[in-house]
Design a protein around this ligand. Structure first.
Ligand SMILES: Nc1ncnc2c1ncn2[C@@H]1O[C@H](COP(=O)(O)OP(=O)(O)O)[C@@H](O)[C@H]1O
Ligand SMILES: C=C(OP(=O)(O)O)C(=O)O
Ligand SMILES: [K+]
Ligand SMILES: [Mg+2]
Length: 579
């Protein structure tokens, strides 16, 4: 092992909170802001091109994977990443992470294992559906697979939240509303179904709604015009016929604009809190909070988690309302990550605004260094059909081109007949788009929109920016980072480097959180204060497993704070070639 370049910085932490708030104002609906490029990134194309030769997709059976389990665990690799690395080499590792919603179609141990093998990084449990026992059973099955078979699938619960919707009568059938038919929207409780009657779940649903206003179902499935108010109820005429599904969402419009009404419902309901307590006791990794309005609920939940759980459970804010878009930066700042929940977002903003809003949210997340998941209807047609539409593949490709951290399946995996196929479409589509982004050096475009130094810890940010510039210019095979809390790994990921990032950590919750981070392969390992020792040990292990060969180059970034030397922080970049 020879050190060919060494840049070390030793010193105390400098904190200059150069906040983005304000600078980013108006990103969502307003004027585009242009930024001067701070760094010019180029990279050794010929080298990457040779290594990026497309590999044929092949999923290993679980019995084939089992063989590598024991060796892999020595190095902290999960079985899927290890196999992918052995087969495809460093550049062949997929960067975009995959989230699958678990439902009745994929909840057996066998089906969950198949999803894990096929690349599921995070399993999402939507607490809107099914029983506590069902969720517990799924969580335990995933944990069993992780522990006994060497997978590394993180678990996310997604809260039900408070929203105005049609009461679910338990029947899965939908009702058709015909043009000009007259309907009652009521909160009166009744069993089963009543003709031309829609039961809303919240008493105050009609407050402030006037005759002439419009009620839009599920973002456009059907539309009604309010004719008159009868007590709390609304008598309406169907102006745009369509389907009323169980639990359909209601939104209210006046003169073509959403009626912003403060229902005074808390972001986290009593049921949500009880689901959160359940999640903590089941050792889950992420909580996705539905219908976030501002940063307060996120801060409150994070404080609560800090007091109740020794583990760092990550809190993701779901952006799915107009209100959350208006307070985007404060929500992104307060949370550990974002889900762009396009399903409900499409109920609140015109559909044609979703693509640009998605791009803007992704951009803000990258600036503030928070992972972002793009969710809903990525491959919706695959709930029913075994192939995606061309438009869906184009949508998925665009998300990957925007460098989102993760893609999510909802109904496709939860209830669809082709969940495995849908996951495979996400995998192959993202791998292909990642390759062409590398070939086009698209990260340079990202850097043209860069704000420069912006995060509170400037040393860490600068080290990681420079490290990625070096890694790309030199065409190194991998970036190694040694990190306790994952911060350095995320700052490297933020720069979307060509080589994969191997994040060595001794903290299992850091490992599970990094499963959501673009381009990061987290590895659980012992870390000592002796950085040289850590590097040497991990490189030797990877070499011994035949994953690295002579002349391979790695770039090593570390920010280990030696416990013995009180407060000094040692942060460095080293480049090594394997001899
Ligand atoms: N745990 C579950 N149990 C039963 N059905 C589920 C579960 N999770 C999801 N589903 C089904 O999959 C569909 C898509 O999931 P998702 O998008 O998460 O929910 P929603 O449609 O409520 O927004 C749901 O409408 C529901 O029919
Ligand atoms: C992901 C979403 O949330 P849920 O499926 O919980 O409605 C969404 O609305 O897109
Ligand atoms: K939900
Ligand atoms: Mg939603």
């Amino acid at each position: 092992m020879a050190v060919v370049g060494d840049l070390a910085l030793m010193g105390t932490k400098i904190t200059t909170p150069n906040k983005l708030i304000g600078k980013l104002e108006k990103r969502v609906f307003g004027v585009p802001i242009s930024f001067s490029p701070k760094f010019s990134f180029s990279h050794n194309k010929s080298r990457t091109a040779i290594k990026a030769v497309m590999q044929i997709e092949k999923i290993q059976s679980s019995s084939e994977l089992k063989g590598s389990l024991k060796e892999g665990s020595l190095l902290g690799f999960d079985v899927v990443s290890e196999r992918e690395l052995k087969e495809k080499g460093f550049l062949g590792l997929r960067k975009t992470k995959l989230v699958c919603t678990i439902g009745p179609a994929c909840c057996s141990l066998d089906e969950l294992e198949k999803l894990a093998i096929a690349g599921m990084n995070v399993a999402r449990l939507n607490m809107c559906h099914n029983s506590r026992e069902w969720h517990q059973d799924v969580i335990r099955k995933i944990q069993k697979l992780n522990e006994e078979k060497g997978y590394s699938v993180s678990i996310m619960i997604d809260t039900e939240g408070n929203q105005i919707q049609v009461v679910d009568h338990g029947s899965s059938s939908s009702v058709k509303a015909e043009e000009d038919s007259i309907w009652y929207f009521t909160t009166e409780k009744f069993e089963g179904s009543r003709p031309f009657t829609i039961q809303a779940n919240y008493e105050g649903f009609s407050e402030g709604v006037n005759p002439g206003d419009e009620i839009v179902i599920d973002g456009g499935m059907a539309t009604f015009e309010v004719i008159e108010r009868v007590g709390n109820d609304l008598r309406c005429k169907c102006t745009d016929p369509g389907l009323l599904l169980p639990r359909a969402k209601l939104s209210f419009w006046r003169d073509g604009k959403l009626l912003g009404r403060d229902y005074d419902l808390p972001t986290l309901s009593t049921k949500d809190w009880s689901d959160i307590v359940f999640g903590i006791s089941e050792d889950i990794d992420f909580i996705a909070v539905s219908f976030v309005k501002d940063a307060d609920a996120i801060k409150h939940l994070k404080d609560y988690l800090a007091s109740k759980s020794s583990k760092a459970i990550k809190v993701l804010a779901k952006i799915e309302s107009l209100e959350s878009l208006h307070r985007l930066e404060e929500i992104v700042e307060a949370s550990d990550g974002i889900m762009i929940a396009r399903g409900d977002l499409g109920v609140e903003i015109p559909l044609e605004q979703i693509p640009s809003v998605q791009e803007d949210i992704t951009y803000v997340c990258r600036q503030l260094n928070k992972p972002v998941i793009v969710a809903s209807q990525l491959l919706e047609s695959m709930v029913e059909y075994p192939t995606p539409t061309r438009a869906e593949v184009a949508d998925v490709s665009e998300v990957v081109r925007q460098y989102a951290d993760a893609l999510m399946l909802s109904g496709e995996s939860a209830i669809g007949s082709y969940g495995m196929k849908a996951l495979s479409v996400l995998r192959t589509t993202s791998t292909r788009m990642e390759q062409s982004c590398r070939e086009e050096s698209r990260q340079t475009l990202l850097h043209q929109r860069k704000l420069g130094v912006s995060l509170p810890d400037q040393i860490a940010e600068q080290i990681c920016n420079c490290a990625v510039e070096m890694a790309d210019n030199l065409g190194v095979d991998a970036i190694f980072v040694y990190t306790r809390h994952g911060k350095m790994a995320s700052l490297l990921s933020r720069n979307r480097p060509n080589p994969p990032i191997f994040a060595f950590t001794n903290d299992n919750s850091t490992r599970m959180a990094l499963n959501l981070q673009w381009g990061v392969t987290p590895l659980l390992t012992d870390l000592s204060d002796d950085m040289e020792g850590n590097v040497k040990k991990t490189v030797e292990l990877i070499k011994a497993k035949g994953m690295m060969k002579k002349d391979d180059a790695i770039l090593v970034v570390s920010d280990i704070i030696p416990i013995s030397t009180a407060r000094a922080i040692f942060q460095s970049i080293q480049v090594m070639t394997i001899t």
